[in-house]
Write a protein that binds this ligand. Structure first.
Ligand code: ADP
Length: 477
């Protein structure tokens, strides 16, 4: 019987229907999840409201923190099981899935510790008055989670919201969500009170749309594609509900001639092949100072040619893409590159024994990609790196800022002043100097500008995003 998780219990979903879960490594169904609908979302929101107005909402912050600390402990105790689930469901190489489990636990550790340390302000106002700006939870928060990093996005989003005192309703992605269904049970075991976390699996256009447009939810946190983000923001706007939007990216790495290339090369490769390129903060554009363009492409070409792609358990550099449609999309971009004669520097290999039905794509390095080309403008969401040369700092910045996105950027140079000058001028929510941390850094506020979205998750800023400010002015004479 397909089930949703409400009030710490598995309950039958209203439709009685289920959806197949496909293993991206072989294209075969290996599990089923509930096809949750608006009726389940209604019930989940009622449960969350009850928790928020009841026992969960009345807990002292320190008690909430202790429960979240226990969640961290149980995630680590079950790390191997969660790793195996996440790896199979998403098609991730095992070591990448293991990193995600550890990062998820770390979010709970971080937010558990922050619960009783982050407060509001007193405001210097007029004589005879005391003015306060209080931080309060939104109430019931909705979380729409993508398939590329279920555990990590859950940790930063739901972890922050629970820490701030909200009760949550979460709609995981239909393509990958099994780790989160397991985690729900662990969280109940950790002592999370009934109704504080409710999960309605299902389709985006059904359960997701019902949550985004629900009158009874007070805030929506969305991570996913810009197109779906627009739909979610429009649905929430009907009720004037605030949203946090973490959307796509076309993040540039700027490499100057004085850079430490030994450090830059592995980071550049990793930034675009991590999770087979299905990372919103993937470093998918490479901007190189002309003096070292040929040299760097040659080194990178050798590194790309060594990359191996195969099924999740083989634990290679890249696993498969998430689904057939995603593979077709990435191939469409590469067909376009071929049609327009964009030079291909190198490609990795798909191992010979990779199951035939899996969604495998060779990592690909393209060069001389014109700034206006689709490959330099649009998010491929696959292991494809588009390189182009620049002449000087001004040119580099112009190229870097010439997309509709602005999520993350990397700058590689030994000139500290230049690094800071560039970092200050980039249209980007995060800038890494002489390192690149796609997805990394629980402590680091994360989010975009322009079409990459708005609002911040991660870090203390992420905790504050799950609060609203109330100003109280007291006249006492
Ligand atoms: P992709 O296109 O790669 O599947 P999406 O951005 O569409 O990525 O999906 C991210 C999350 O948004 C998933 O949980 C998905 O189910 C959900 N989603 C998709 N469409 C909608 C929608 N119309 N309203 C709310 N959520 C949606």
């Amino acid at each position: 019987m397909p089930q949703v998780f409400i009030d710490n219990r598995w309950q039958p979903c209203a439709s009685g229907e289920s959806l197949p879960m496909i293993d991206p490594s072989d294209g075969l169904e290996f599990a089923r999840i509930a096809r949750g609908t608006n009726e389940d979302v209604d019930r989940a929101i009622v449960a969350a409201r009850r928790a928020y107005e009841g026992a969960w909402g009345r807990l002292a912050p320190v008690e909430r923190g202790r429960i979240l600390m226990q969640v961290e402990r149980l995630i680590l105790d079950h790390a191997e099981e969660l790793t195996q689930i996440e790896a199979r469901d998403c098609g991730k190489p095992i070591k990448q899935a293991r990193n995600d489990v550890v990062a998820c636990a770390r979010y709970f550790e971080f937010y558990a510790g922050a619960v009783d340390k982050v407060g509001g302000q007193t405001i210097p106002y007029q004589p005879g008055f005391t003015a306060l700006a209080l931080r309060e939870p939104h109430g019931v928060t909705g979380h729409i989670i993508p398939w590329n990093y279920p555990l990590q996005v859950f940790g930063r989003s739901v972890g922050g919201a629970l820490a701030a005192g909200n009760a949550c309703v979460m709609k995981p992605a239909e393509d990958a969500c099994l780790s989160l269904l397991k985690l729900a049970e662990l969280m109940a075991e950790a002592g999370l009170l009934p109704g504080a976390l409710n999960i309605v699996p299902g389709l985006g256009g059904e359960a997701g749309a019902a949550l985004a447009g629900h009158a009874g939810v007070d805030h929506i946190s969305f991570t996913g594609s810009p197109e779906t983000g627009t739909r979610v923001a429009q649905a929430a706007a009907v009720h004037h509900h605030p949203v946090t939007m973490e959307l796509g990216g076309k993040s540039p790495q700027l490499v100057f001639a004085d850079a430490d290339l030994d450090a830059a090369v592995p980071a550049i490769v990793n930034a675009v092949i991590q999770n087979a390129g299905q990372t919103c903060s993937a470093g998918s554009r490479l901007l190189v100072e002309r003096a070292i363009y040929e040299q760097l492409l040659e080194t990178l070409g050798r590194a790309f040619a060594r990359l191996r792609v195969g099924p999740s358990p083989a634990d290679l550099d890249c696993g498969p893409l998430i689904r057939a449609g995603q593979l077709a999309r990435v191939r469409g971009f590469l067909a376009e590159a071929e049609r327009d004669a964009l030079p291909r520097v190198a490609q990795g290999e798909i191992v010979a024994d990779a199951p035939k039905g899996g969604y495998y794509q060779k990592p690909t390095l393209l060069r001389d990609v014109p700034v206006g080309h689709h490959l330099a403008q649009e998010e491929v969401f696959g292991p494809v790196l588009a390189a182009m040369p620049f002449d000087d700092e001004t040119h580099a910045l112009r190229l870097a800022n010439a997309t509709r996105f602005g999520l993350v950027a990397g700058v590689w140079t030994r000139d500290g002043s230049r690094a800071l000058r560039i970092a200050r001028s980039l249209d980007s929510g995060q800038v890494f100097i002489n390192n690149y941390g796609a997805g990394g850094g629980v402590e680091l506020p994360f989010g975009g500008v322009k079409a990459s979205g708005y609002g911040r998750e991660k870090g203390i800023e992420g905790l504050l995003s799950f609060t609203r400010l109330k100003t109280i002015t007291i006249k006492h004479g």
